[in-house]
Design a protein around this ligand. Structure first.
Ligand code: NAD
Length: 363
């Protein structure tokens, strides 16, 4: 199969972790007999520097004409004072919108060998396997009007949270559909005691749930969900939630399972799927060769599964990650201070080698 993929490394640790994801992808393509066609393009701060636009049109065109998009991360302190239309993050938001990817899937799995890396006690985090299904194109991140206005010293700001029934319906169907291939439990997270958007959310999700009588639905306020995610994370199967709550809860889930650097994500539902680690550009560690590439690598497994329907190839990557971690290999974010750790590249090579060994055992 021809795997035509647009690669947008972006900023900070983005290029470092993306290089390792590509290393693994190249091995998988070779082993399983696929042809890989990669087109690298700028996005975010890198694109602002090269063309004063966080999402240049040639980047967008390359994405729209590919089978999938693999992205690193965007943003960094150098761009913090840019006007909001020229922030690196605007490029990413526009890309999601242009691709129409309304469903963001963020699995947070505690690998058994990583139970010690969680800030939580092993018996609390053990068995955690939660899929956060985050609505990606609505809510506060896209609602209009939005602005900072008025004179210095007396300025006000406004952001708008808005959701329509069709937007809630379509993401609810994704969550219930995915729950059927898991433990058949959906927890819908909202703030229905305060927000009208959440009251509508709860109504619509409840209505959609009637089409999935085999899936158990419960509702939780976001503050209570945040608490439950650290006190009994193993109870969750699928968390269905709106854009901002999903953004926040998934970072928290990352910490629960050991490191934000472990989490991959898939954004689907539109013309072309977008795959990226959950973490940002991590300016505090960028350029040091110590970023954990596993979130980016696990994103490529999701890319193969969701955009190309290549389940065995996706599973070969996930199994390689599991084996390498079980063998005790760790990047710096997963070890206690003073313990030895692998660089970004060393971890990438370990996974690429493990994919190879996995294939040899199978053949
Ligand atoms: P961040 O995710 O970049 O970093 C948070 C913490 O996690 C930092 O301590 C960082 O060192 C650590 N971390 C992140 N990725 C890691 C990895 N792969 N391995 C090891 N440790 C890792 O979030 P932030 O610091 O709030 O934001 C930094 C920049 O990234 C900002 O400009 C922000 O807007 C941007 N951002 C981009 C995205 C994206 O591209 N999707 C997401 C979140 C933040």
């Amino acid at each position: 199969m021809l795997l035509k993929i647009a690669v947008l490394p972006g900023d900070g640790v983005g290029p470092e972790v993306t290089d390792e994801a590509i290393r693994v992808l190249e091995n998988v393509a070779r082993i399983f007999g696929h042809e890989l066609s990669l087109q690298k393009k700028d996005v975010g701060g890198a694109a602002l520097v090269s063309s004063n636009d966080p999402l240049p049109s040639d980047t967008l065109q390359a994405c729209l004409s590919s089978g999938a998009v693999l992205l690193g991360a965007v943003g960094g302190p150098a761009f913090d004072n840019f006007p909001s239309s020229l922030r690196p993050e605007r490029g990413l938001l526009r890309l999601r919108q242009e691709l129409g990817v309304f469903a963001n899937l963020r699995p947070a799995i505690c690998f058994s060998s990583l139970e010690d890396s969680s800030p939580l006690r092993p018996e609390v985090v053990s068995g955690t396997n939660v899929l956060i299904v985050r609505e990606l194109l609505g809510g506060l991140y896209f609602g209009q009007p939005r602005s900072i206005h008025g004179q210095a010293g007396k300025r006000s700001a406004v952001d708008t949270m808005t959701y329509g029934e069709p937007e809630i319906e379509r993401i609810a169907h994704v969550a219930f559909g995915l729950a059927r291939s898991r433990r058949r439990k959906v927890t819908s997270v909202d703030k229905a005691n305060v927000l009208d958007c959440s009251r509508l959310w709860r109504d619509v999700v409840t209505r959609v749930s009637r089409e999935y009588p085999d899936v158990d639905l419960s509702h939780m306020y976001v503050d209570s969900a945040a608490m439950a995610l650290v006190s009994r994370p193993g109870d969750f199967d699928v968390i269905l939630t709106e854009n901002m709550f999903g953004d926040i809860l998934s970072d928290q889930a990352g910490a629960v399972v050991g490191s934000l650097g472990m989490l991959g994500s898939a954004s689907i539902g539109g013309s072309v799927g977008l795959y990226e680690p959950v973490h940002g550009s991590a300016p505090d560690i960028a350029g040091k060769g110590i970023a954990n590439p596993l979130g980016a690598i696990l994103s490529t497994a999701m890319l193969l599964r969701h955009s190309f329907n290549l389940e065995a190839e996706a599973a070969s990557i996930e199994s390689a990650v599991d084996k390498v971690l079980a063998a005790g290999h760790r990047t710096r974010d997963l070890v206690k201070s003073g313990q030895a750790s692998l660089s970004t590249q060393e971890m990438g090579r370990k996974i690429a080698d493990a994919v190879e060994q996995h294939a040899e055992v199978k053949s």
